[in-house]
Design a protein around this ligand. Structure first.
Ligand SMILES: [Zn+2]
Length: 215
């Protein structure tokens, strides 16, 4: 990313989404943030091994741009804004399911952790104040990004073997109910792979809450 673009963002005077002048020191104005309404979707897709899911809202141009700012331009505070936005929705889903653990889907370490020093998915979750556990490790595999995959079959191939569970948690997972948390639910390939891994060590039910779902 060219340095000038980053500087422009850091010292932005206009909203990165609508171009209107900014009041406070942020890159996206409150009006744009508040325009992201909840448009929940629940259990419309059938995802192998997953017992159910809920998404916060639909993923249009504005939401895509926002997530891009978080994930590729490393804007941690925007991740937190998103966390605040979804907080009550995730909380309601947690109350309904009462899972044994809420578990963030780890972001590809190559792409984010080393570049930005934070995990956008975990950062959102942190902001909700809901306790969570990092049960899952993402392996250091260099693969084509999932967003570039064509079709469900390729997505499934790309996530196969990409995750493992942390050994020390495995004994506690017997008959557990796990709620996964992720930023985007597209085909469900990642959620399905994780549900399969979790169930193979005795987890009884696996659910997913994802922030965005493409239109
Ligand atoms: Zn705006």
């Amino acid at each position: 990313m060219p340095k000038r673009w980053i500087e422009r963002l850091l010292f932005a005077e206009t909203c990165a989404l609508c171009g209107e002048p900014l009041g406070a020191s942020s890159v996206v104005c409150d009006r744009c943030l508040l325009s992201i309404h909840s448009q929940p979707e629940e259990d419309l897709l059938s995802i192998p091994y997953l017992d159910g899911y809920k998404t916060f809202t639909r993923y249009g141009g504005r939401e895509k741009r926002l997530l891009h700012l978080v994930k590729f331009e490393g804007l941690k505070h925007l991740a937190r804004e998103l966390g605040r936005l979804i907080s009550s929705h995730l909380r309601a889903y947690v109350e309904r399911l009462s899972p044994s653990a809420v578990v963030p889907v780890p972001t590809n370490p190559f792409r984010y952790w080393f570049l930005r020093g934070f995990d956008p998915v975990e950062e959102m979750l942190k902001e909700t104040g809901i306790p969570y556990q990092r049960l899952i490790k993402r392996r250091w595999l260099w693969r084509k990004p999932l967003s570039k995959a064509k079709g469900v079959d390729e997505r499934r191939r790309l996530v196969r073997g990409a995750f493992t569970l942390k050994e020390k948690y495995i004994p506690r997972l017997s008959r557990a109910r796990i709620l996964l948390f992720d930023d985007v639910l597209t085909s469900g390939a990642t959620a399905s792979e994780l549900a399969y891994i979790l169930k193979s060590v005795g987890v009884e039910e696996v659910y997913l809450f994802a922030v965005f779902r493409p239109r």
